[in-house]
Design a protein around this ligand. Sequence first.
Ligand code: SF4
Length: 334
Amino acid sequence: MTTIEKAMAMLPARGYLDMEIPGGTDLVAEINHMRKEKNAIILAHYYQTGDIQDIADFLGDSLQLARAAENTDADMIVFCGVHFMAETAKILNPTKKVVLPDLLAGCSLADSCSGEGLRELKKEHPDAIVVSYINCDSGVKAESDIIVTSSNAEHIINSLPQEQKIIFAPDRNLGRYINQVTGRNMILWDGACIVHEAFSLERIAQQMLDHPKAKLIAHPEAQKPVLQVAHYVGSTANLLNYVVNDSAEEFIVATEEGILHEMRKRAPGKKLIPALTIDDTCNCSECHFMKLNTMQKLYLCMKYEQPEILMDEEIRLKALRPINKMLELSKAIK
Ligand code: SF4
């Protein structure tokens, strides 16, 4: 069952979206008021819309958000991201209420792999440990030994014995990239992110010709040919730091477009060019799952404290173990 199917099964829990917002409501003021009144914290991923990023208490990529969720003393975590991220916050905070503005905010990558499927693959390789990218659901996390993010995957894989056999799930592009930079031969699950897979090498090459001074920076979820020509490959947070700190003045950015909002704020003088995708008729470098969250839904979600992320306790405990392992192994990383 995909994240979307699971969410659809819970559709009554979206009834809050039918509630009317009175005309003239100042959403920002109301959200700020509810945040204080309910002792809530708003966590937002860099791929959210600019208005949501601006109102968040904490903005970050998957690793930064997992750490923020681990350390908060708020009573309610309002997670502006996608379902698996809100689940991760719940796994780390079982006693806190975790809500997500739209329950249908899923992820193509998380949906490519299930706990049952991974269990079958493990049977074929009984001597392998499972390292899973954090972009997976709680069932997959529960079947994993270590969780990684794109910020810490290389560091964590390098910390494992060279002879250790590893299954890497669910992103084949990130797995292939980690194999290349660590010299490993991990067994890769065949999943992908629809946004990062859509970047077109041919169109990006033309952009590089049109902007000869620009550096191409790419997220490792992009396909190998794009990564091979990139000047820099890094996680969302590392791409942001690179733009801020590098001496170049122009960048072609091959990741979800939402990050450009924070890049523009932190590096106001620099020219940022979204990398082009295979389809020139759509905004393919926008994640439509992420963009399901809106300020209106954020307001309603905080007001009615729905939809809440709920989880089976046995799965939660199994999924917690590999996340804690990641947080322990990645302490040395900023
Ligand atoms: S950008 Fe890709 S990996 Fe991230 S939530 Fe969207 S579909 Fe999933």
